[in-house]
Design a binder for this molecule. Structure first.
Ligand code: AMP
Length: 218
């Protein structure tokens, strides 16, 4: 595959980050997660992080102009030339429109979206039991995918933490924000005949297999 831009679309907790990381490591394309970039910016306490932190802690979206600047810079990097997996972006119609314009400017093919579908009660249970490595961002679940040693990342030995926005009250708000602001993107990509959907329930291997089939890579 060449110069593809694959968007993993779906609510928080659907497994977009886990799957994007798996697919990216298999094919050598970068996994671009705006959430990871923003969390790194918050940890670095620079201007972007300071501007974004309050929104993120409340489960709200960071304003489009900040995200658009960030993605413009990231997509122009040398490692994005071959193909990319986008996770957590675009999240609003203006972001999707901006991405279309940016891809034209960069001379790339239009983006394709794959919707990862997971029922609401499963999303809530996944998010509230989720543990994230603060060093490498690897994701675990307290019950369904625990680390070998409690609190320690199997992959890099980093400390596992609950993301501040995975706290129960914030999870509900994030799902509401998804319904209001991101769910309209399903129609946006469907109208352009650029959407496929996969069932996000099952083992990580099963879901990866469905995603590969959906993007014509199996
Ligand atoms: P995520 O890791 O994708 O769940 O993102 C965590 C948080 O970062 C979100 O709840 C938003 O506050 C912020 N964020 C990440 N990506 C975007 C985006 N494309 N647009 C606006 N806010 C974003």
């Amino acid at each position: 595959m060449n110069e593809k831009t694959i968007i993993l679309l779906g609510p928080p907790g659907a497994g977009k980050g886990t799957q994007a990381a798996r697919l990216a490591s298999e094919c050598g394309w970068p996994h671009i997660s705006t959430g990871d970039i923003l969390r790194a910016a918050v940890a670095a306490d620079g201007p972007l992080g300071r501007a974004a932190k309050g929104y993120m802690d409340r489960g709200e979206y960071v304003p489009d102009p900040l995200i658009i600047d960030l993605i413009r810079e990231r997509m122009a990097a040398a490692d994005a030339k071959g193909g990319v997996f986008l996770d957590g972006f675009p999240r609003t119609p203006p972001q999707a429109e901006m991405l279309d314009e940016l891809l034209v400017e960069l001379g790339r093919s239009p983006a394709e979206a794959v919707l990862v579908e997971v029922p609401r009660d499963e999303l809530i249970s996944r998010l509230s039991g989720r543990l994230t490595c603060e060093r490498c961002q690897h994701i675990y679940h307290l019950v369904s995918d625990p680390p070998r040693v409690s609190g320690i990342c199997d992959a890099c030995g980093g400390k596992l933490v609950q993301r501040s926005d995975d706290a129960p009250g914030t999870v509900v708000r994030r799902l509401e924000v998804y319904d209001e602001k991101t769910a309209p993107l399903i129609a946006f990509y469907e109208e352009g005949k650029r959407l496929s959907a996969v069932d996000g329930i099952g083992s990580q291997d099963q879901v990866s297999g469905r995603l590969k089939e959906a993007i014509g890579w199996s």
